[in-house]
Design a protein around this ligand. Structure first.
Ligand SMILES: C[S@@+](CC[C@H](N)C(=O)[O-])C[C@H]1O[C@@H](n2cnc3c(N)ncnc32)[C@H](O)[C@@H]1O
Length: 251
């Protein structure tokens, strides 16, 4: 057995059914290939952004945005599986995803919502009602929206997903609560604005997961100060591996 195969065998298997797993396996591989070759271009675009537009952050410059327009930047499979498990554990029925891209994390979240509905683990909300089961994805690149819809359909999960097309600072204002779970996997400057819009919709006990908060701790400073504020609406824990993951619970 190769070292890579032995490492893979040490992890729990994917929580997804065969159909959805075939789709995400292909997309995870595509995303890994893009990431492996992205370092040099990323640095080049950071320099270009700085020289032409005064920012080192390619997500803020026109040049950088154009380069990022077809990049998956998919959530790591282990983190995506954790989000699926958390959604299953809390019986999530309504989920917001800040940052859909080609739909990788959306597929994990929608599979959890579908399974919660199917086995009756989705919870009634405070008024005792069962609101429509949905994952609300958000994406402002039209080409990525088309890819995401095709991938979600190939995974057999379209009936559980609405992708809100456009800038999430506008589209998220159309979502209705209650929301049980939110994934924040977005260009960093959008993380706190997205959370602020969704916070009033989160039910008590809802979870918010945010990616790469350790590797990006400086850029995430405002987001982290917000979710870790003892006087604020969340209690928060940080998982350290693979760039870090913040899991915040709405009080
Ligand atoms: C890190 S990727 C999301 C990856 C996705 N969660 C997955 O697992 O495949 C972030 C995505 O957010 C999108 N995005 C960035 N800023 C946005 C905004 N203001 N409104 C909507 N989408 C945005 C980007 O185009 C990009 O596709």
């Amino acid at each position: 057995m190769t070292e890579r195969a032995a490492r893979t065998a040490a992890y729990a298997p994917s929580p997804l059914d065969d159909r959805a797993r075939a789709v995400v396996d292909r997309l995870h591989a595509h995303s890994r290939r893009q990431t492996r070759t992205a370092l040099a271009p990323m640095l080049a675009h950071a320099v270009t952004s700085r020289l032409r537009e005064g920012t080192w952050d390619p997500t803020r410059s026109a040049d950088g945005k154009a380069w990022l327009a077809d990049k998956l930047v998919a959530l790591d499979p282990h983190k995506a599986a954790l989000c699926h498990q958390l959604c299953r554990a809390i019986g999530a029925r309504r989920v917001v995803e800040a940052g859909t891209s080609y739909g990788v994390s959306t597929i994990y979240l929608a599979a959890a919502v579908r399974d919660n509905v199917a086995d009756g683990t989705s919870l009634p909300h405070q008024d005792g009602g069962l609101p429509e089961a949905r994952v609300f994805g958000t994406e402002h690149e039209p080409a990525k929206v088309a890819e995401a819809r095709a991938n979600i359909a190939a995974a057999g999960l379209s009936e559980h997903v609405d992708i809100l097309v456009g800038d999430l600072r506008e589209t998220l204002t159309t979502v209705q609560g209650p929301i049980d779970f939110m994934l924040v996997d977005i260009w960093i400057p959008m993380a706190l604005p997205a959370l602020r819009i969704v916070t009033p919709l989160l039910r008590p006990g809802a979870l918010v997961v945010c990616d790469n908060v350790v590797s990006g701790r400086r850029q995430y400073a405002d987001y982290l100060a917000h979710v870790r504020d003892p006087a604020g609406p969340f209690t928060s824990v940080t998982l350290p591996g693979h760039g870090g993951l913040e899991v915040s619970r709405k009080n």
